[in-house]
Design a protein around this ligand. Structure first.
Ligand code: FAD
Length: 504
């Protein structure tokens, strides 16, 4: 049989997606194909993207990256969840904590017993039963204690905050050590093969021509190959997720870094606060139809808790996804494949799952259409479920104090999301579809936190006597409290395990 193996992979772009892709393929393909990254220092990267979700640990584990070293190199901190301020109602806050809530009792999940008691005014807020939420607010952190099975300490879900520029640099070093070749240069032109329209080669500004069998487009929003060359098309979701700009600025840190991201709603968008070891990342995501760039900058600067360390950096985007992430011999990863705003820190996760999928569906030079179609269907499923979860934050608000929030409250939403909200409102039921990213517990925390209340609970809850449920909830709250007592502070944990060298 003729050898149809992919011999040369060309990754266009050296931002977070380019170097994550190169690092993972260098490790996981076992040297089967040569890998080249083409990037242009002159064009630069988006450079934001500092908060993650727990699945990033799987990426690091697959690459055998030492977690402490990674945090030292990227000025990283730990993240136990996201606090949402003023989202459901002005003056109110809630947290989307990672991991489990409570424990199961009988045949139903924890939240159904909580629903009954909460509806009767006899339960505390959800956070009382969550080790990650309570540790976050107490400024504490430790990794999962596998020697304490059955306790909340055996199940601490966490992610990281890190400096995106340092992360790309770290992965570049990792990739080059594993044979990846970096080419500095600007791609000026893309040549397509006349026979089948596949990408044949790239022309660089120094006159070099780069050829390859498989091209990975990590060129950011511009989608140099997937869009500019192949005209794949983009599905615009800004009628559901109206924010289209961001202004980002780092500021000096004040005090120890807290182990969670803050997201604070503003009059026409929201502001993030991401604590790193050496500074704090901030950004204001907003909708340009409702606020000007100057006003948005002023809102951002007014709400910093340390001195700004740079000029605010403007970013423009259109929320949505590429019609096909994989088209001919080009696969788009990162911002080239689509963008949903960073409300739940999902972009880096989407890079990671795209790379995992590239490995699962790794092609030969025939590029079987069945593989391409399945790949694209899976990407769409993943994107659409995350999209609906994000829309929930905007749609389910009780705020009506500004035109932006009134617009969000009144907008049409995808039918699947409406069905989920109706299902929850009726009996507090939540269903998770196949492998969708966010679990029932995530949906629950956001629905409840945003002010969507269930009117009844699962009838089978009444099989368990109420006194037993009361005792059960009380026990969980007490055990979580005892676990907190043995956890070190987040700052002490970093100091002991992963303090970056420049931090005294
Ligand atoms: P880019 O960073 O834009 O990199 C593109 C690369 O392509 C660069 O190296 C550039 O030089 C190269 N390039 C482009 N054109 C050419 C050319 N002609 N020739 C040669 N090279 C070229 N994600 C999270 O997970 N968590 C977050 O908290 C988060 N916050 C975000 C906040 C905002 C406001 C935005 C906009 C994004 C955020 N993201 C976040 C997303 C995250 O920043 C991106 O997913 C991530 O940085 C990947 O970007 P990228 O590598 O795809 O693109």
């Amino acid at each position: 049989m003729k050898d149809r193996a992919i011999r040369q992979i060309v990754v266009v772009g050296g931002g977070t997606s380019g170097w994550m892709t190169a690092a993972a393929l260098a490790k996981l393909l076992g040297g089967k194909s040569r890998i080249r990254v083409v990037e242009s220092d002159e064009i630069g990267t988006v450079g934001v993207g500092e908060a993650t979700i727990p699945m990033i640990q799987r990426f690091n584990t697959a690459l055998e990256i030492d977690q402490d070293e990674f945090l030292r190199e990227t000025q990283g901190t730990f993240k136990l969840g996201i606090e949402f301020n003023d989202w459901g109602r002005l003056g109110e806050s809630y947290m989307h904590g990672f991991g489990r809530l409570g424990q199961d009792l009988g045949t139903l999940p924890f939240d159904q017993y909580w629903q009954k008691m909460s509806q009767a005014g006899l339960a505390g807020p959800l956070g009382d039963y969550s080790i990650t939420q309570r540790a976050a607010y107490a400024g504490k952190f430790m990794r999962t204690a596998s020697d304490l099975p059955g306790t909340p300490l055996a199940d601490i879900a966490y992610a990281f905050h890190f400096d995106a520029g340092l992360y790309a640099r770290y992965l570049r070093k990792y990739s080059e050590a594993r044979g990846v070749v970096r080419t500095e240069g600007k791609v000026l032109d893309v040549t397509l093969r006349s026979s089948d329209g596949h990408v044949d080669s790239l022309l660089l500004d120094n006159g070099d021509r780069i050829t390859g069998d498989l091209f990975i487009d990590c060129s950011g929003f511009r989608g140099l190959l997937i869009e500019q060359a192949l005209k794949t098309g983009y599905e615009d979701w800004s009628h559901w997720l109206p924010c289209d700009r961001a202004m980002a600025v780092p500021c000096a840190k004040v005090g120890d870094p807290i182990p969670y991201t803050k997201s604070s709603a503003r009059e026409a968008g929201w502001q993030w606060r991401i604590p790193l070891q050496h500074r704090t990342g901030n950004g204001h995501v907003y909708c340009s139809r409702f606020i000007s760039d100057d006003e948005a900058t002023a809102v951002l600067l007014r709400n910093l808790d340390g001195e700004p360390l740079a000029e605010p950096r403007p970013l423009k985007f259109v929320t949505g996804m590429r019609r096909k992430a994989w088209n001919k011999n080009v696969i788009a990863v990162g911002l080239a494949s689509g963008f949903m705003e960073p409300l739940e820190s999902t972009s880096i996760h989407l890079i990671q799952t795209m790379v995992a999928r590239i490995v699962s569906f790794f092609p030969d030079r025939d590029f079987a259409q069945a593989d391409v179609d399945e790949f694209n269907d899976q990407v769409r499923f993943e994107y659409e479920r995350i999209r609906d979860f994000l829309i929930l934050h905007y749609k389910q608000t009780l705020r009506d104090d500004t035109p932006f929030w009134r617009h969000c409250r009144d907008m049409e939403i995808p039918e699947g999301l409406q069905r989920r909200m109706n299902l929850y409102r009726s009996h507090g039921r939540i269903t998770r579809e196949n492998n969708e990213l966010f679990s029932e517990v995530s949906w629950l925390q956001v629905m409840d936190g945003q002010g969507l209340k269930a009117t009844r609970y699962h009838p089978l809850v009444d099989v368990v006597p109420q006194a037993e449920i009361t005792e059960f909830l009380g026990n969980i709250r007490e055990v979580v409290g005892k676990c907190l007592d043995v956890m070190p502070s987040h700052a002490a944990f970093i100091a002991e395990h992963c303090r970056a060298p420049s931090i005294k």
